[in-house]
Design a protein around this ligand. Sequence first.
Ligand code: ADP
Length: 310
Amino acid sequence: MKIGIVGTGMVGSAAGYAMALMGVGTEIVLVDASHALALAQAQDISHATPFASTIGVHAGEYADLDGAAVVIIAAGVSQKPGEDRLALLERNVAVFRSVISGVMKAAPDAILLIATNPLDVMTFAAQRISGLPPERVIGSGTILDTARFRSLLGDHLGIAPSSVHAYVLGEHGDSEVAVWSSAMAGSVPIVSFAQQIGRPLDEATRVRIAEEVRRAAYTIIEGKGATWYGIGAGLACIVRAIIDDERAVLSVCQVSDEIEGVRDIALSLPRIVGREGIIATLMPDLDQAERAALKHSAGVISGFSSKLSF
Ligand code: ADP
């Protein structure tokens, strides 16, 4: 199955590399405003495939996305000195207008997977620009925040992260919401599990873990300027869930009519992901504080997305 990636900078190329190593898809086509960059990334990634898979990786133009099942959009521009968030956002929306028009002409049946930040607002923009049904425009959302949350909880409890069922919801950003009230370890509520094995999740520990999840990207950015491997693997995991029709429950972003009283909003909730895109959305049981935090997060995203005109 063909997978396209538009925008082959750090995030787009890391997604291609992760798919090549994980054996996701059969053909990966890389497109970038800089064809030389797309070509170089395709060659570099294709040199890794003999060690891992038989996936074909090559650079192309929009027309080469013809028949792609999924197109990852990781194209974007970075902040200029002194530029505010809204001005940067408008420049990224302009990039999306051009990219999405190219993708839709070549691959009208593709599911769009958005990776450009600010993730939730760009997912909203992509859905409005493409006119596709919301369930076919998926943002990577809090998939990585959720993975970090599970990993830190696994460390604390001394269990495999895959045995931790917990989500980070809302914005992929500072207002994200770590949900404790419905978190489980195995099939036991996580706070009870922690108590029983003598590693309690007291208030201070919970605050520390949520803060570590929230700050993880900042810590990496301080050290190496940007993050790409984690999200690259997260994107590959979403693509696999789509093309293999896995129906995995992932915390990803989609445009909804209304969440917690905020209208026309794109944010992350647990969603069933399969061949048709997002098949269903779940609203976990939230306590009062978590519900208020989700509403606040929706308000933060809407503060930007409502300023864009489509
Ligand atoms: P990130 O770290 O988020 O991956 P990068 O700056 O490394 O950010 O990558 C963004 C990529 O998006 C760059 O390779 C850039 O050339 C590409 N890009 C920017 N505008 C467009 C566009 N209009 N069409 C296609 N690619 C674009």
